[in-house]
Design a protein around this ligand. Structure first.
Ligand code: WQD
Length: 345
């Protein structure tokens, strides 16, 4: 199958939460996208949602990135890519603690396969989904890209650190490779169309899906994990970034590499709004903008949580040319609109 080499992006994990939103923004920016996803933690309805938003069909290949032969045969052998965006990974922090080998095997093997095939098929650029979790609890805030990483406190976080290192060393060894690691802070929200969004399986581990499911009456009440932290209202501080803004950061990263603007062949950018928001503030804002109550109670701290983290976004703003644009209230409106869409409310 032929494709326009300079415009085609492989989105591995493109049926997932961030991958689906990124596919929409890539297509809006004029790229062609091929989605590869094994649907292990995603639903084909996300691809349909993407197609509805962009008004055209998007090539989708159901393949496991851990299966290098299938990935070679079905994906790299059939299309020519300008860049890969690698989202295909497990992401449940708690599960990674009880099943570390599952996380190391999947998250590292899929990356190794993608890098191997990029080399084999002369695909020069990769954007990698990294995470603010690589910083642990920084001593100085906001966290800049130069803030020292600390040993992650979950196998999930370790796979992000290891993947960054694997990419850095591979780029150093392969002269035509360029890579950008985006360290996401806390991605939340949904596409304003309410046609795609986050679809966690089972009981949500993350805050916003738990809020929206509680507002929808699926969960009785939200547990707020601790109000005795050394923060203004005692609850944890995070940097909540709208998923559409985050998606646009990937488009900027691809553009930077494709247009040969990278200052170094391996670059890292924090992607957040650069402002701390407490758990209690977020719940209150959600209730205000949506006019719906979120019953909640304070419970004990959750093991493994950092007290506070938010991003320095200067590098992303000035070097990548990306800015977060969406207001937090609009992000929480979109999260609620998506939940209502999913539940038929
Ligand atoms: C946010 C805040 C909780 C649920 C994790 C990963 C990170 C990234 C995103 C993923 C914290 C509090 C939560 C609840 C609560 N990875 N909370 N009640 O832990 O900052 O980041 O998810 O794909 O790498 O570490 O996000 O949404 O779980 O929690 O009070 O029911 O909300 O204590 O302060 P976190 P989160």
């Amino acid at each position: 199958m032929s494709s326009n080499k300079n415009k085609t992006v492989l989105v591995a994990g493109g049926a997932g939460y961030i991958g689906s939103h990124t596919t929409v923004e890539l297509i809006n920016a004029g790229y062609d996208v091929v989605i590869a996803d094994n649907l292990s933690n995603a639903d084909i309805s996300a691809v349909k949602g993407v197609e509805q938003i962009v008004g055209r069909s998007v090539p989708f290949i159901q393949v496991d990135c851990c299966d290098i032969d299938a990935l070679r045969r079905e994906v790299f052998g059939k299309y020519s890519f300008a860049s890969v965006i690698h989202f295909a990974a497990y992401k449940a922090v708690g599960e990674s603690v009880s099943e570390p080998l599952k996380y190391f095997r999947n998250n590292l093997q899929s990356l190794l396969n993608v890098l191997t095939l990029m080399k084999e098929f002369d695909v020069p650029n990769i954007v990698f989904s990294s995470s603010a979790t690589v910083y642990g609890q920084p001593e100085v805030l906001p966290a800049t890209e130069a803030t020292p990483r600390q040993r992650a406190n979950s196998p999930y976080g370790l796979t992000k650190q290891m993947s960054e290192d694997i990419i850095q060393d591979t780029v150093a060894a392969v002269p035509f490779f360029k890579a950008i690691a985006l360290r996401y802070f806390n991605p939340i929200g949904a596409h304003p169309s309410a046609l795609i969004g986050e679809l966690p399986k089972g009981v949500p581990a993350n805050l916003v899906p738990f809020i929206t499911q509680t507002a929808a009456g699926i969960r009785k009440e939200l547990s707020i994990f601790g109000d005795d932290y050394g923060t203004p209202d005692g609850s944890c501080l995070r940097d909540y970034i709208d998923v559409v803004d985050l998606a646009r950061a990937h488009v900027a990263a691809v553009g930077r590499m494709v247009e040969n603007q990278s200052a170094e062949r391996y670059e890292i950018f924090n992607i957040g709004i650069g402002r701390p928001v407490s758990v209690l503030e977020l719940v209150k804002l959600f209730e205000e903008v949506n006019g719906v109550p979120v019953p909640h109670k304070i419970v004990a701290r959750r093991p493994g949580d950092v007290e506070k983290i938010w991003a320095a976004t200067d590098k992303a703003n000035e070097v990548l040319g990306w800015h977060a644009e969406r207001e937090l209230g609009d992000t929480l409106r979109a999260a609620w609109a998506w939940e209502k869409h999913v539940r038929g409310l």
